[in-house]
Design a protein around this ligand. Structure first.
Ligand code: IVH
Length: 678
């Protein structure tokens, strides 16, 4: 290929990408990339064109404004075209912009009007004899869409002009931006989420989506606002001489203008305002993506005129990108404390909104497939405000030839145990359970907790120190700690007495119940109640370990998925080894009450209100020992409600549903008939 054809091919590629995103942005209202990324690509193309003007393609987007109007609204041709703005991204470019102006206006004093650059949708409003007659979108800058009905629903926009200070012109065309202020956006999204409806990615999309509704009632229900930033036509002429005065004049009629705007005497001062506005950005009520710098004097504006489709007298000074392109160097899998495997993309470090990002979570394998992200890919990394950075999209056009699809690892990267991902679940997990180092802390915390083996003396401080000394690889190691007395004494603040207390607590924990032991193992889906049901049903640990899936599923409280998790747990050799060691250490229990002695087997009971002779926990245990399931809510399936003092809505509901109710004394009499149950 000759150099020319290589350049042309590069330009072609950029033009095609830009055209695709332009369509998505202007026509579909569904931007597929960040504005800053679009700008990057646009500037890449512009730079190539500047360097190789002989290669410029006829259909380049650098000399037109945007997309086409949708056919569903009536098309309107703008009498005064709605132009676009050039961009600067740093002080150097800003000063170059000022120099170009000074060269054209030698020896003139130049003042700059500095405004917020609203991140919404540009519209044009026509007022005839003070009455709002038409609202039109920018469209492609030449032709827009008639959205008058929707525009009229915007609450902060004057529909009729009147002013005590100035007379109302016969014709006024005001330009400005329609936005959804941040607070309204958050409220709308929260409401939509509560209703299970679609939420919007950002305020700009929400504003765009609202304005393009064919039904004005929908637009009316959305918290839109209009901010004016210019006058396109005024008859008779308003006689104003500057941009800043124009904004002031518009406020006489009730138009809102940006909450910050300044007139600066020098370009250095403009730079200072840029820093100030950037710092204040989070406190502003609306989203902005930069500021707009305009020559303030209207006569000077006229003298400067336009270059192609942009005024020479104004530019947008954009804030640093919140999205950036970089490459994926690796994809690692991290094992969380509960065994979940999370893919993390290791990136070629890139600055995004002032922060260097080198790792970003990809959440789960589903997200990897959705993005189709691979090692070697070029990706856009997005970050907004304090939000954690995320990979927004993969750029297939930059994908090297030799990439391979990412699959879920078959084995845990920490302990090598098989990775499992039950059907219908989004998250993959390490099946290593108690054996997996990554899951150790959580497993140990759970094992020693009150409803499990209840080793109160083994608090977080101990656990951390013991893990640090490598004395706790899994929960079975708790019972060999006494072999390491000397080492334990080296731990800061742990004297003879604390160590002895710990050993006593561990020793005391050896006598437990089968239910507490099953619960302590931390099998997924097996909470306290399920563990009790399993203990009562299977009676011995051995029977539970050998149970097949069908038998498990028949156990009260065990669903299909939990049954599978139980099977998985007891199939992992590591888990069996830990269980074996625990039993060898001397953990034991009395045989549970046989189901035949469980007269309330399968019944659902509810306890409410205050009990005077026992705690709710104690009453729960009594019922559970008799085989009942104690639930938190009343339904038609509830067998009986035990209602203590101050029973409220549950009592009402039980009465309404005709569920049997017992007071505390009746309950005590009832359980007494079964004798001593524990
Ligand atoms: S003045 C001749 N002022 O920026 C163009 N535009 O790239 C005069 N915008 O979509 C535009 N805030 O809607 C101007 N304070 C502001 C603005 C602003 C946002 C948008 C405008 C247009 C884009 C121009």
């Amino acid at each position: 290929m000759t150099q020319d054809s290589t350049i042309k091919a590069q330009m072609r590629q950029l033009i095609q990408i830009l055209a695709k995103h332009n369509h998505a942005y202007y026509v579909m209202d569904q931007p597929t990339i960040e504005d800053s990324e679009y700008d990057q690509l646009f500037h890449q193309l512009k730079a190539l064109e500047q360097q190789y003007p002989e290669c410029i393609q006829a259909d380049t987007p650098t000399n037109k404004v945007g997309g086409k109007a949708l056919p569903k609204f009536e098309s309107i041709t703008h009498v005064v075209p709605m132009l676009s703005l050039g961009n600067v991204f740093n002080q150097e470019d800003l000063f170059a912009f000022a120099r170009r102006i000074e060269e054209r206006l030698p020896n003139q004093k130049i003042q700059y009007d500095v405004e917020l650059k609203f991140d919404g949708l540009a519209i044009s409003l026509w007022y005839e004899n003070g009455i709002l007659v038409r609202g039109v979108t920018r469209g492609d800058g030449e032709t827009g869409e008639d959205i008058t009905q929707n525009v009229k629903t915007i609450r902060n926009l004057p529909k009729v002009l009147s002013s005590a200070q100035v007379s109302v012109p016969a014709l006024l065309e005001v330009r400005g931006e329609v936005l959804m202020p941040k607070a309204g956006f958050e409220k709308l999204n929260a409401e939509n989420e509560a209703k299970g409806e679609k939420t919007f990615a950002n305020p700009r999309n929400a504003a765009a989506g609202s304005l393009r509704q064919l039904d004005p009632a929908v637009a009316a229900s959305r918290p839109l606002a209009f901010y004016a930033y210019g006058i396109a036509q005024c008859e008779p002429n308003h006689g104003l001489t500057s941009m800043s005065e124009s904004l002031q004049w518009l406020t006489n009629f009730g138009f809102a203008v940006g909450e910050r705007h300044f007139v600066c005497d020098s370009i250095q001062e403009v730079q200072e305002k840029y820093e100030q506005i950037n710092a204040e950005r989070p406190n502003l009520s609306v989203e902005i993506d930069g500021m707009v710098v305009k020559v303030d004097d209207l006569k000077q504006q006229q003298q400067l005129g336009f270059l192609s489709r942009e005024p020479r007298w104004a530019t947008a000074y954009k804030f640093p990108a919140v999205a950036a392109l970089t490459t994926v160097e690796n994809i690692d899998w991290q094992v969380g404390r509960t065994g979940t495997l999370t893919p993390v993309a290791r990136l070629n470090p890139v600055a995004v909104g002032g922060v260097t990002v080198s790792n970003v979570t990809l959440h789960n394998i589903g997200e990897i497939h959705r993005l189709d992200v691979r090692v070697g890919d070029t990706v856009s990394v997005y970050r907004s405000g304090d939000v954690i950075p995320k990979v927004e999209k993969v750029w297939p056009e930059f994908r090297p030839d030799d990439t391979v699809e990412v699959h879920l690892p078959e084995n845990c990267p920490v302990c090598e145990s098989p990775v499992v991902m039950p059907e219908g679940e989004a998250l993959a997990r390490c099946s290593g359970g108690l054996y997996c180092a990554a899951q150790r802390i959580e497993a140990i915390r759970h094992f020693v907790s009150r409803k499990a083996l209840d080793i109160e003396g083994l608090g977080d401080r101990w656990v951390e120190s013991l893990l640090h000394l490598d004395l706790l690889k899994n929960v079975a190691d708790i019972y060999s700690l006494h072999e390491h007395r000397e080492q334990l004494l080296t731990i800061e603040k742990m004297g003879e007495k604390s160590v002895q207390n710990l050993f006593d607590a561990i020793e005391n924990s050896k006598k437990t119940t089968l239910a507490a032991f099953i619960y302590a193992l931390g099998i997924r889906g097996v909470g306290e109640t399920t563990a009790r049901m399993l203990a009562n049903t299977f009676q011995t640990l051995e029977a539970l370990q050998n149970a097949d899936i069908e038998t498990l599923k028949k156990t009260p409280d065990v669903g299909d998925i939990t049954a599978e998790w139980i099977i998985d747990f007891f199939q992992a050799p590591h888990n069996l080894e830990v269980v074996q060691r625990l039993l060898e250490a001397g953990i034991h229990w009395d045989a549970p009450i046989a189901p035949t002695r469980q007269p309330l087997n399968g019944e659902s009971w509810v306890i409410t209100g205050t009990l005077s002779q026992m705690g709710r926990d104690e009453a729960t245990q009594m019922l559970q020992a008799l085989g009942a399931r104690v639930s938190g809510s009343i339904s038609s399936k509830t067998k009986c409600l035990v209602a203590g003092e101050k029973a409220g809505s549950k009592l009402e509901k039980a009465e309404k549903l005709g569920v049997q109710v017992m007071n505390e004394q009746e309950f005590l009499n009832f359980v007494a008939q079964y004798g001593n149950i524990e």
